[in-house]
Design a protein around this ligand. Structure first.
Ligand SMILES: *Cc1c(COP(=O)(O)O)cnc(C)c1O
Ligand SMILES: [Zn+2]
Length: 409
């Protein structure tokens, strides 16, 4: 008892330091990576509307002025530690629940299957609302608040809806969520509990997207559909900053990413570019691997056929709802990252994901999302085919907790 009381002040002091967000954003503007058009970041923006270009927009920062890594020393253990490279200008706009700075966890008991490689999870399961969507949505809601937006709508396969509902509640803005009726009940329940307006749709996420666009037109909601809004990407790119920092600024050889809309894949790659411009890392890059469900394999097919854009593919239900994206809005950017990084793309079936969940839960003590399990199975395939070399360091991004998926596993 005595001991506990005595340690409390020190503990509180530590917490007080680590939750204070310091630093100043260095955002300059938004730029189209396809046509170079510039957009004013002090106004609400969506995607590139110049001459029907339709590309995702990239936030640009002043990276020419020096910035020393030592700024990170007393920063919070959340994605907000990289404040200079994030778009939110006023600290009061930030809506946070400690998202990000998730742990790197080595594969421990299945090392025989890793064939001499060092394989690590970047485990996103502990984020608020149980997935890495907290990063992108936390950033988008914060920036929307800064821009004076009061109602935010999104189509979702599940996790983005829960995250939007939670961050909207905390940020005191209105959330409207469109979700396929076939999404597991827990994703609907959490949205309602967080006070969002939930619309169930007889269709897939693409159908939800169309309805959100119509509703936005009619009611003036701000839409944050994947990569049609610039700042979810900025939230998810923080995974790239963290991987660099957690590997002591020496990037791993291969990163596996479960690719739906591809926000994280594009974001991680953008983060590495920014870090190199700051001189925090060199030019070495990991090979990026996009993993998709057999039922929604548009990126894998396009990659294997040498195409620079993907077709619309919806083969129906998959337990990995985050991967049921018939066509990513940023297909061209995803394919470019895969090629620039000398990476690859590969599919995994629902049966394999189920087996992967059980294997990782029973041997590693982690109940991961089906999307994460897909990466483990994809890793084993690429290891046995010889695509992964002996001694390479590999990171698998477990994008969410498996607990929300139990009814389908
Ligand atoms: C949304 C989601 C994905 C896909 O993320 P993108 O960055 O859009 O490709 C993967 N896994 C989980 C658990 C998700 O919720
Ligand atoms: Zn453009």
């Amino acid at each position: 008892m005595h001991r506990l009381v005595n340690t409390l002040p020190a503990y509180n002091k530590m917490m007080a330091i680590s939750t204070t967000i310091t630093g100043q954003s260095r955002i300059i503007n938004l730029e189209c990576p396809a046509c170079g058009a510039q957009y004013d970041a002090s106004k609400p923006n969506t995607f590139c509307i110049t001459d029907g270009c339709n590309s995702t927009l990239f936030a640009q920062y002043d990276l020419s002025r020096p910035l020393d890594k030592t700024i990170l020393k007393d920063r919070p253990a959340s994605m907000w530690r990289y404040r200079e490279l994030l778009p939110v200008i006023n600290a009061e706009s930030i809506v946070t629940m400690g998202e990000g700075f998730t742990p790197i966890i080595p594969i421990k008991n299945l090392v025989k299957d890793t064939g001499g490689n060092k394989v690590f999870w970047k485990n996103e399961a502990g984020n608020p609302t149980g997935s890495f969507k907290a990063r992108g949505i936390g950033m988008a809601v914060s920036k929307a608040k800064e821009l004076g937006i009061t109602s935010i709508a999104t189509p979702t396969a599940g996790n983005a809806g829960g995250a939007l509902a939670a961050y909207a509640a905390r940020g005191a803005v209105k959330a409207i969520v469109y979700m396929p009726r076939l999404t597991p009940q827990v994703f609907k329940d959490e949205c309602r509990l967080y006070g969002a307006e939930l619309v169930e749709v007889d269709g897939n996420i693409a159908d939800c997207g169309k309805l959100v666009a119509e509703g936005a037109e009619e009611h003036g909601w701000f839409q944050i559909s994947t990569l049609k809004e610039p700042y979810r990407l900025e939230g998810k790119k923080t995974m790239g900053f963290e991987i660099a920092e957690q590997f002591n600024w020496d990037l791993p050889d291969v990163i596996f990413y479960p690719t739906g809309g591809g926000t994280g894949l594009i974001g991680i790659w953008k983060a590495f570019d920014e870090l190199e411009q700051l001189g925090w890392i060199g030019s070495k890059r990991p090979r990026m691997v996009a993993v998709q469900s057999e039922s929604c394999d548009g990126i894998v097919t396009a990659f294997n056929s040498g195409h620079s854009s993907a077709e619309f593919v919806d083969g129906g239900f998959t337990i990995a709802n985050g991967l049921r994206v018939p066509k990513s809005f940023a297909d061209k950017l995803i394919l470019k990252v895969l090629r620039d990084s000398k990476g690859t793309a590969i599919t995994v079936s629902d049966m394999e994901m189920n087996a992967g969940i059980k294997e990782i839960a029973s041997h590693e003590g982690m109940l991961i999302a089906p999307e994460g399990a897909a990466l483990w199975q994809a890793y084993k395939k690429l290891k046995s085919s010889g695509w992964i070399n002996a001694g390479e360091t590999v990171v698998l991004v477990n994008t969410g907790s498996g607990y929300k998926y139990l009814e389908n596993i």
